[in-house]
Each structure stands twice: as structure tokens, then as C-alpha cells.
Design a protein around this ligand. Structure first.
Ligand code: ATP
Ligand code: MG
Length: 552
């Protein structure tokens, strides 16, 4: 979930919103006892500075974000800065960060550097998550977690130097290869169990465990990441629960929905969902929107496909239990010893999992060893959008859009580049139904548009601050202008439509959508910005004709 996802945000469990969005935390992260830091102090300027840490307990203090590397002593040249790295391809992007491959020029060691824009964090009041993420990661020392090696900052950005997980994430793995074979599902489930045992032993709950946050390193072992929602339980108060509404819709536990509180056992619920996902290839609670997903979770309304491995079925059934004190692996149910003794794990030798060779992975999935082309992205801060599109291709799952027309209504559809189409707006009500039927059955972007007919769609780079991010822009009846992350396939938002909305082409590629409160800066990589403006204008005109009162 984008605190509830991958994450433009739902604030209430009752309110319908987009699938795959992340839940927002609504309470401050609790004070944490002083961690056994694994960061190298020589390369790790304190962020936030110590004097701000106390203030951060009461709530996020952002003053420390405003001054660049102010804690860096001028006579400590070994402190890292952006100039010490060769930046490479974009590895991924989250709601508040871009993650870029970077090679330390001094040591030639590769890192995944997570770059956060200070202004955006401040504007969106996310400082507490960033602080919390750093605090949690700096406590972890276990092979199944992404390691935080260093942090630094400059005038505009924060940088987290992370271990590089070069084989993507489990979600991508399953999307690419389909459900896992039984030995593979057993192995990865066991690694996750082992990681959770360690995490919970540290009195930390993750609260956003999902396949997308389970990365894979070069040896194909798991590297759990994304600790922005994690919670360190306060030991002195014997705190066992955290009262923030965070997570990702498909993986959120019933107790979070019902009582707005999470505990270690909430991660076991998520584990049940992840095991289900690995075996079935989709999550157990699928529905059109968050509201419906939540209803299913509360009612425990899920089913097992026929071919579901029987032992995995038994395990999932013991994890997806509404009462958090009845889940296999929780303290009341015999803790991790009981979970690890489940028959699904009977072949697992737990002590050296991280040293074992994971069950065979088809070679095509694995990255090639070393690709020098991964580096030399000097223009990284200007061209993140284009490098982002080069590291992920969504085209492979779009073939149906390129098929030849077969029905008469197809005459209205103009297929442009990959993932791009435009409709003539002359269709009748009857034809609209046919177009919509066709869209529902053949257009993978249909899921994001609330059953509205798509009038134009295509990739754009949406610029915000320094970063431009690739989005699939969907102009629909309504009218609506939705934009979707084409990599994670998550609806990121909507440009609010009003009578005052208008579009303006600046040149072949760049166009602006002006709204009363904001101008959206968009770039059409195919150089047809004017076509976007024309179509938006046409839709505006039609709306004025159909609803003259809406024009005022
Ligand atoms: P979210 O929207 O999930 O909160 P975020 O802003 O916290 O995102 P991350 O989830 O940490 O950002 O990272 C975004 C993406 O970058 C991940 O989904 C993953 O694809 C990639 N990524 C993150 N860390 C690493 C890493 N250590 N190695 C390789 N890729 C990574
Ligand atoms: Mg993430």
C-alpha cells in the first residue's frame, strides 16, 4: 500500500480509492532507543542532526533538511558526496524517492543510492518517515535485509547508500515467470520467515511487507527493503502495537482496518498474503478498489485456486486468520519455532539459508554479470525520466493494443505508438458501449479509469521539481485525466478537471495542463504534444456543449 501504494494516498479505510495505493500513517513514529549503528561514522553525517532527533520524536522537524551537509567538517574530505560517485541507471522509483545505481569512484563498489528531494519531503510532511527509515535500517544487520551503508545530503537532496539488489523484486519475478514451482516457493517463503524472525526479535515491525518490497540480490537471495512504514516498538512500555494506518491495500491486516493498530502478527498476515502470491501469482484479496479489497479482508473472503500446493494452502490458512493472536508464528501460537515446523517447510534447513543456492532460476531472468552501460549516466538529475524508461519496459504486456481492428467501432480508434491511442469523438451512445466493452476486455489500462471510456492515452514524462517521472496519461470521459505509474502499474493521481482547465503546447514535446491551483508540466516523448492539447481542447468543448452550466 502506499502507506496505503505504491502510494498516492488513502487516508481512511472506508473511503474508496485506487487499487495498489498505500495507506498513510496518521500517528508519529515512536521514539526509538539508541540503535547499535552499523553506519560508518566517517561517511555518515548525522541526519537529522542529534539536536533535531529529540524534536523529531514529538513530530517531524525539518529545519535540518534545509542546510546542506552542515554537519560535515571541512577537514573531513572522506565524507561522501554526489561527486564521489558515477551515477548509473535508475533502478526504481517510489513515492518520494528515485533509486539510482551508483559506483563509488574510490572503491569501485556499487550501491543503490536512494535520492530524496528535500523540498518534496517538506512539502508533503514526510520527514518522519525518512527519519524512521534511516533509524530502522541503521539497526539492521542481517543478510536478508537491504543494508544502509551511508547517508549524505546536498543543498537539495538526501542520499541513502544502500546495498544493490541487482535482480529486481519478487513481484517482478512472479510477473515475469508466473507462480513459483513448489521448491522455489518453499525456499523464498522460508527466507521471508527467517527475516521476519530476526526483525521481530529486534522489536521492529515492517508494516508494509509485500512482494514489491522483497528485492533479490545477485545470488537471488531476498533483500527486504522499504522501511518508511516500519515501527520500532518501545521496549520500556512493553509496547506491542503501533497505532498508525500504514501499509498497502492488498496486504493490510484486518486489525489495522478494524482497530487501526498493527502488531508483529500483522506482518504474519502479510506473510500469508505473500506466500499466497508466490504460489498463485496474484494476491488473495483482489478487487476493483481499496474499499472492496478491505471488505474482502475483513470478511476473510478469498479462495484457493485448484492447483494450490496443499501444504502451502494449509500454511496460508493458518496465517490468514482474522484474530491476530491465532496466527501461526505469533507469540500466542508458539512463535517462530511453530511456524518453521510447518510441513510446508519440512525440507528447509534453516541455519544457513543465506549460504544455500536458491532453487534453479531460469537464466533469462537473471541480470548479466556486469554491464558498463549501466554507468555514465552523467545527466541523471536532468534526465531521470528517460533513463527510467530505459530500465523497464512495459511494452511486453501490451500486445493486444496493437492488434488489427476487427469491429466497425474500431474505425474510431487510432493506435499511435506503443501504449498510445486516440479516439475520434463522433461515436454514438450505442457505439460507446461497444468501445467500452472492447476497452474492458483488451486494454490493460482499463483497470485504472473507473470504467470510463479512454479518449486518448499515452506515455508522458511528468515533471515535478527536479524530477520527471514516466507516467501513462489517460484522458477519459467524465472528463478525467488519470496518470498511472507504468512500472508498478499503480494509479498515481488525477489532474483535477474543471471548467478552467486548459492545455498549452510549448513545443513538439512539452505541454502544460493549467488548472486553477497548479500547472502540470508534461513531456510527450513521441513529440506529439499538440495532439494532447487538441484532444483536451476537444473534450473541453464537448463538455461545454453537453453541460453549458459547467463552463462557468
Ligand atoms: P514507496 O513508494 O514504496 O514508499 P520509496 O519511495 O520508499 O517507495 P523504495 O521502495 O525504497 O522507495 O524504492 C523504490 C524502488 O527502487 C523499489 O521498488 C525498487 O524497484 C528500487 N530499489 C530500491 N532499493 C533498491 C536496492 N537496494 N537495490 C535495487 N533496487 C532498489
Ligand atoms: Mg517501495
Amino acid at each position: 500500500m502506499r502507506r496505503l501504494p505504491r502510494r498516492s494516498v488513502a487516508s481512511s479505510p472506508a473511503g474508496p480509492s485506487c487499487p495498489g495505493t498505500r495507506l498513510e500513517a496518521c500517528a508519529p513514529v515512536c521514539a526509538s532507543p539508541s540503535p547499535a549503528m552499523q553506519l560508518d561514522p566517517a561517511v555518515t553525517p548525522a541526519w537529522p542532526p542529534t539536536d533535531a532527533a529529540a524534536a523529531a520524536e514529538a513530530g517531524p522537524s525539518l529545519t535540518d533538511l534545509d542546510s546542506p551537509r552542515k554537519d560535515q567538517h571541512p577537514e573531513q574530505p572522506w565524507r561522501k558526496g554526489p561527486e564521489d560517485f558515477a551515477f548509473g541507471k535508475v533502478l526504481g522509483e517510489g513515492s518520494f524517492a528515485i533509486v539510482v545505481l551508483a559506483r563509488d569512484l574510490a572503491t569501485s563498489k556499487d550501491y543503490a543510492i536512494k535520492i530524496l528531494e528535500k523540498k518534496q519531503i517538506i512539502r508533503e510532511k514526510k520527514a518522519q518517515y525518512v527519519t524512521s527509515e534511516r533509524d530502522v535500517m541503521s539497526r539492521l544487520d542481517h543478510p536478508f535485509f537491504v543494508k544502509l551503508y551511508f547517508t549524505f545530503q546536498d543543498e537539495e537532496k538526501l542520499y541513502f547508500g544502500l546495498s544493490y539488489a541487482k535482480n529486481g523484486d519478487l513481484q517482478r519475478y512472479v510477473q515475469k515467470l508466473g507462480p513459483l514451482a513448489e521448491p522455489c516457493a518453499q525456499f523464498y517463503s522460508a527466507e521471508i520467515v527467517s527475516a521476519l524472525e530476526y526483525l521481530h526479535g529486534q522489536e521492529i515491525i515492517h508494516r508494509d511487507l509485500k512482494p514489491e518490497n522483497i528485492l533479490l540480490n545477485a545470488e537471488m537471495h531476498i533483500q527486504i527493503t522499504d522501511f518508511g512504514s516500519a515501527k520500532i516498538l518501545a521496549p520500556c512500555s512493553k509496547q506491542a502495537r503501533a497505532n498508525s494506518f500504514v501499509g498497502t491495500a492488498h496486504y493490510v491486516s484486518p486489525e489495522l482496518l478494524m482497530e487501526q493498530s498493527a502488531c508483529k502478527s500483522s506482518d504474519l498476515w502479510a506473510l500469508g498474503c505473500v506466500v499466497y502470491y508466490l504460489v498463485a501469482g496474484l494476491s488473495p484479496f483482489e478487487a476493483r478498489n481499496e474499499y472492496l479489497i478491505f471488505q474482502k479482508i475483513i470478511k476473510l473472503a478469498y479462495y484457493f485456486p485448484e492447483q494450490f500446493f496443499p501444504k502451502a494452502k494449509d500454511l496460508v490458512g493458518k496465517l490468514l486468520v482474522s484474530d491476530s493472536t491465532n496466527r501461526l508464528g505469533c507469540e500466542e501460537m508458539g512463535s517462530y519455532a511453530a511456524l518453521k515446523a510447518h510441513p510446508f517447510f519440512e525440507n528447509i534447513s534453516w541455519d544457513d539459508l543465506h549460504l544455500q543456492i536458491p532453487p534453479q532460476v531460469p537464466g533469462s531472468f537473471l541480470s548479466t554479470s556486469e554491464d558498463e552501460n549501466d554507468f555514465g549516466n552523467d545527466d541523471i538529475f536532468q534526465s531521470l525520466a528517460s533513463s527510467s524508461s530505459s530500465s523497464h519496459s512495459f511494452a511486453a504486456v501490451q500486445p493486444r493494443l496493437l492488434q488489427r481492428p476487427t469491429a466497425p467501432v474500431e474505425g474510431y480508434i487510432h493506435e499511435l505508438e506503443e501504449n498510445s491511442l486516440e479516439l475520434d469523438l463522433e461515436f454514438s451512445e450505442e457505439e460507446k458501449k461497444l468501445l467500452l466493452q472492447k476497452q474492458a476486455s483488451g486494454n490493460p489500462w482499463h483497470q485504472f479509469v473507473n470504467n470510463h471510456l479512454i479518449l486518448k492515452m499515452g506515455p508522458v514524462d511528468k515533471r515535478k521539481g527536479l524530477f520527471a517521472r514516466r507516467r501513462q496519461l489517460l484522458l477519459t470521459e467524465g472528463p478525467h485525466l488519470y496518470y498511472v505509474d507504468p512500472i508498478s502499474k499503480v494509479l498515481k493521481g488525477e489532474i483535477p478537471w474543471s471548467a478552467q482547465l486548459w492545455a498549452e503546447a510549448k513545443n513538439f514535446k512539452t505541454f502544460y495542463v493549467h488548472t486553477p491551483n497548479r500547472t502540470y508540466h508534461l513531456i510527450d516523448p513521441n513529440g506529439n504534444a499538440h495532439k494532447w492539447c487538441q484532444k483536451i481542447q476537444e473534450v473541453c468543448q464537448r463538455r461545454c456543449q453537453d453541460h453549458p452550466q459547467a463552463a462557468v
